[in-house]
Design a protein around this ligand. Structure first.
Ligand SMILES: *Cc1c(COP(=O)(O)O)cnc(C)c1O
Length: 500
């Protein structure tokens, strides 16, 4: 069985035993602050040839089975069927489409029109099949999340009415888009709770972190309501692993189109924030997929670009709020997992780097390690005017509309030298209709009305159609209104736990 331990030490175990995948998923984060990894990754590979002609769900069964081997086949099949069913608007789940001489892999056809659906549709199903470590059979998990927009809705949609779970989402009042706010406040489900908070995202995020480390609160929730708090953050193994599947799916789709022969290398260009999406591509490579390069594309918050070009990761820098908000990040948590595997699974090195990051706000990797990382990972970034330019350029050249996050990747990919023998796949992380105002402005269209007017303008000008779930929000009835102070968040969590 694959066992899991912290990136910062091998001894994170329950009663001296290493953790199974289920236990790692239930816990989320290791006790020492590290991320769960398995040293078995790469020992077993997935037979790519056997996946040709298979559906997304069948590919998922093979890939997830290799990584989460304490779920039995029937359990995995149930999780997959529930997570990747009719809530997706494309039967291929993550369809691959030509984009000029390159390809685009659409990851946004899920219920909330963002790539986070791929992971957050299945994570709650995984969690429902884990069992409490402490022996309280009645234990329920409550997910707590502070969101600047995208994650909140995807997590709500995933956890709504999921057995044994509840979810509370906090967002900064007035700081998310009209569409994002409506997406969250109209969420159905008896176990969901959405709270606007008076403050900015950082205030809400810090308060959530405090709630996670509030032992008094934890005790109260456990004793009175049988509730434990957990996170749906992308550091959870259960969120990372489902993303490995679409790299295999993309590769198989290239083979099926005749664009490559089995065994040929492929390059992926990935709009990156917390490093989860692109890390999944590295996992795919370790599982035997012929991934030649992974291009990390950043926005103006280009801390990863600086790291991958210089070897120094320095979080002490200005934070920019940009038109690609889901990539506005200074600490890319999942980078730690990449470093672990690239450093030949050396937890002591990772421990040292992460303690430098904590103490000094920066760390530097040894030169040979950087050189090794650079053989697989390329990088680039786009500022906001370049993002707008990229949206315009992509439409002019390919008659294909992209959102501001995908546009960072498009811009970076266009600037990279192209090897005609290696197909390139751009990962598209959100529907352009989630950001219709910026897209209209970039295309030179009228963007003066509401977000819904912007959607209609975009549809009329490009002959595309707004996803129904987004367009219908205009007349949907919000279930949650009003706002609370930061100080009231603790009570909001207790109230929500009491109702579970
Ligand atoms: C979350 C997100 C990203 C960044 O993905 P990471 O896994 O955090 O690197 C990019 N684009 C969109 C639209 C997102 O929601």
């Amino acid at each position: 069985m694959n066992t899991f331990h912290s990136t910062r030490g091998v001894n994170d175990a329950i009663n001296g035993e290493a953790l199974s995948a289920k236990q790692a998923i239930r816990r989320g984060l290791a006790e020492d602050g590290g991320l769960f990894v398995t040293d078995a990754l790469g020992e077993r590979t997935v037979d790519v040839a056997a996946l040709v002609g298979k559906s997304y769900q069948e590919i998922a069964a093979s890939v997830l089975g290799a990584l989460l081997d304490d779920f039995d086949e029937a359990e995995l099949a149930q999780c997959i069927a529930e997570a990747y069913g009719s809530q997706w608007s494309d039967a291929a789940i993550t369809p691959l489409k030509p984009l000029g001489d390159d390809y685009v892999l659409e990851l946004f056809n899920g219920p909330t029109c963002a790539f986070k659906d791929v992971a957050l549709q299945i994570l709650p199903r995984f969690m429902a099949r884990t069992t409490p470590a402490g022996g309280d059979a009645q234990e329920k998990i409550m997910i707590l999340t502070a969101t600047s927009g995208d994650t909140g809705k995807a997590a709500l949609a995933g956890f709504a009415d999921a057995p044994g779970t509840g979810i509370t989402v906090f967002y900064p009042e007035g700081k998310v888009s009209e569409i994002q706010q409506l997406q969250m406040t109209t969420q159905a489900g008896s176990n969901v709770n959405v709270c606007a908070v008076r403050g900015n995202f950082d205030d809400a995020q810090s308060a959530v972190k405090e709630l996670f480390s509030d032992t008094e609160l934890a005790q109260e929730l456990a004793q009175e309501h049988h509730v434990v708090l957990s996170s749906a953050n992308s550091i959870n193994v259960g969120r990372l692993v489902p993303q490995v599947v679409y790299y295999f799916s993309a590769y198989v789709q290239l083979v099926e189109r005749g664009a490559i022969a089995l065994g040929d290398g492929v390059e992926f260009c990935v709009p990156t924030g917390n490093f989860g999406d692109v890390l999944a591509g590295y996992y795919a490579k370790l599982l035997g997929l012929p991934v030649k390069h992974l291009i990390v594309a950043s926005d103006k918050n280009n801390v990863l670009f600086d790291f991958l070009t210089s070897g120094t990761y320095n979080r002490q820098r200005p934070f920019y709020q940009t038109i690609s908000p889901s990539m506005d990040i200074l600490v890319s948590s999942n980078l730690e997992r990449m470093l672990y595997y690239m450093a030949d699974k050396d937890p002591r090195l990772i421990q040292m780097l992460m303690s430098d990051l904590k103490d000094w706000g920066a760390f530097e990797v040894p030169e040979p390690l950087l050189a090794k990382i650079r053989t697989l990972f390329g990088t680039g970034w786009a500022d906001e005017s370049q993002v707008r330019e990229a949206i315009h350029d992509c439409w002019e050249r390919n008659r294909y509309v992209i959102d501001p996050h995908t546009a960072c990747g498009y811009f970076v990919m266009q600037r990279m030298p192209r090897d005609p023998a290696t197909p390139r796949v751009l990962l598209s992380t959100a529907s352009p209709y989630k950001f219709p105002r910026v897209v209209d402005e970039s295309l030179g269209l009228d963007a003066s009305g509401s977000d819904f007017d912007c959607m209609d303008t975009l549809a009329a000008a490009t002959g595309t159609t707004a996803p129904k779930s987004l367009r219908d929000l205009e007349h949907a009835q919000p279930r949650f209104d009003g706002a609370i102070d930061i100080d009231a968040m603790r009570d909001a969590v207790k109230d929500a736990a009491a109702k579970l």
